[in-house]
Design a protein. Structure first.
Lengths: 337, 337
DNA sequence: CTGTTAGCGCCTTCAG
DNA sequence: CTGAAGGCGCTAACAG
């Protein structure tokens, strides 16, 4: 039954090189106790045979597979893909591979994928949630280190990396203040998102420090362009003198910019607008392009990978680490850009 | 050196159940020659120990790993993620897992990832290109079946699945004709994309069949909103009587819709607009929402997975299979929707 | 029905 | 410096 192995095996290489399997192994792995000429021979044989060592066998031996699982609930991949790319970077090409599994927000599916991953002996797990808000930890002991990325775990004993939403609000507000705006409106999304409140908090903090207050209570709604348009009109209606708007997402900002422009406001001349997420497809297509907050997701993935790596190596971390965001300045706040 | 295995091993289960390893194996795998009471005991022991079989060991034995690699060059994940989800679906939860690797469009990196995948004994490979145009096949013999998805291989001996771009153009044109539009403009993207030309070809074919011709030569440019806006204005300038526009992407359509509206045209009253890709973030945020072509990427992923599965099972396919697209009707062509 | 044996491909002692 | 032997966890033959 045992299907013939695909590629050449170490035995094949050894035979071709005229040495024993053990010697071939040592030669290829850079062990010292091999004569140079022998090593040479083995290498030639290996490349002649296109030898690729069987990671399964190696993994079986060491009890480690050189793979980690990335379990995501983020259907769209809007967040998990940059994170995955960052993780791939951090692990360094080739020595560790990443299994991506999509649980599609279904806990049963998640449990299932977890089992599949575990059976493949992943050395660790990165869990990416669908929202920036905290999520329940994986149920049951995974048996391997876990790092939660983007969505932190509600258990403070777990290791989580997320972006600092309070700071992102602060950044946006400080930028508007810096360019001389003082009558600022806030339009954000679904109020059930804790992150939406955090960002507002950051904005209020920064405004207070500058001796300002927003022109109105923050407007909560949904993460859509339509809401951005409607809210911007409402804001303008009640506070025609508004000169800056901070939005909870690029979609909202996009809608706000369109509505403001249609109401005759020039941007950034009359009103400056800041978005959030740096979703390029939206932010660069806007007129003018959106100044926005980038969550440095790739960096977040790298960090998660490094923490996981350390945990695998026996140095686990605990608690939530918040990574800084970055302001990306474009035309919606600075006309010279 | 051999690190202790993480979870319980089959030996542990057997010991706890008071049977031999072989018997435990048979019991858990549903082999017939086991007494029911014994099987019962083994199952209880296994679940008491949270036993998860080691897929690596199994893979080593069978020469198959129960994993496939998904090698993508599509940075954004705009196309590869739906394809991956479709593939996951088709493989059925758990029995086969998918390794996602991003080559980032770099051939060297691709070669590297390929090696990593091969060393992990993937049973097959799905290769997803960055564009719908044909791409060079993987260099060197992978040693396992390969299916090219989205981007077909230039080698007709390879197995490829892609979406039918000629048909997508046809669909769009037929829809406009069906709703009574006869003065149709075409705005598409980068002329170096073969798919852009294919779609135009489909449009022309369908129009010809309806006894119509476009109002102007197709406008090629870039896949951006800015180009969509500019081209729409130019089109309107030269052909003020245009009553339908077919766009090569949703970004272009989005720009076109905005520009047309700003020029005082009502949509779809005066001008109906069709996009391409069904990129929801763009198509649903538009005013009105975009009628567009959906490439059924998830279905494409499923199909790729099935073809790969068959190939792994010894029934390889050859040539390029084109999957149909689907028209998604929204407000930019039908006001009642 | 159950247990023993062999071996998948690899690496690491330990002898020569 | 090189080779023989053992074993990682599992399953498929074959004995009992």
């Amino acid at each position: 039954m045992t299907a013939k192995t695909r590629g050449a095996t170490l035995g094949d290489v050894a035979k071709l090189a005229g040495v024993s399997i053990a010697t071939a192994s040592k030669a290829l792995n850079g062990r010292a106790q091999v004569r140079d000429s022998t090593r040479e021979k083995v290498f030639r044989a290996a490349s002649a045979l296109d030898f690729v060592p069987n990671a399964l066998a190696r993994g079986l031996l060491f009890g480690q597979s050189g793979t980690v699982g990335l379990l995501t609930s983020d259907l769209e991949g809007r967040f998990s893909l940059p994170i995955m790319m960052g993780a791939e970077d951090a692990f360094g090409a080739g020595s560790t591979s990443v299994f991506l599994c999509d649980a599609r927000g279904d806990p049963i599916r998640e449990q299932h994928q977890l089992k599949a991953l575990l059976s493949r002996q992943v050395d660790g797990l990165i869990v990416v949630g669908a929202r920036p808000d905290p999520r329940e930890p994986l149920s049951g002991d995974a048996g391997v280190p876990v790092v939660y990325a983007y969505s932190p775990s509600t258990d403070p004993q777990d290791c989580s990396v997320t972006s600092d939403n309070v700071e992102s609000g602060r950044l946006a507000a400080e930028h508007l203040v810096a360019i001389g705006r003082g009558r600022i409106g806030i339009i954000t999304g679904d109020p059930s998102y804790g992150a939406a409140h955090d960002r507002v908090e950051g904005v209020l903090e920064a405004l207070a420090r500058a001796g300002a207050t927003p022109v109105a209570e923050p407007l909560f709604g949904s993460w859509s362009e339509g809401w951005g348009r409607g809210a911007a009109r409402a804001l303008l209606d009640q506070h025609p003198d508004v000169d800056g708007v901070i939005c909870g997402s690029d979609q909202i900002a996009r809608g706000a910019v369109d509505a403001l422009r249609e109401e005759g406001r020039s941007i950034p001349g009359d009103v400056a607008v800041v978005g959030h997420d740096n979703w390029e497809i939206l932010s660069t297509g806007s007129r003018p392009p959106l100044t926005t907050i980038d969550m440095n997701l790739q960096e977040l993935g790298r960090r998660a990978a490094n923490l996981l790596f350390d945990a695998i190596g026996g140095n686990p971390s605990h608690g939530v680490e918040k990574l800084p965001c970055r302001l990306v300045v474009r035309g919606s706040t600075l006309s010279t850009v």
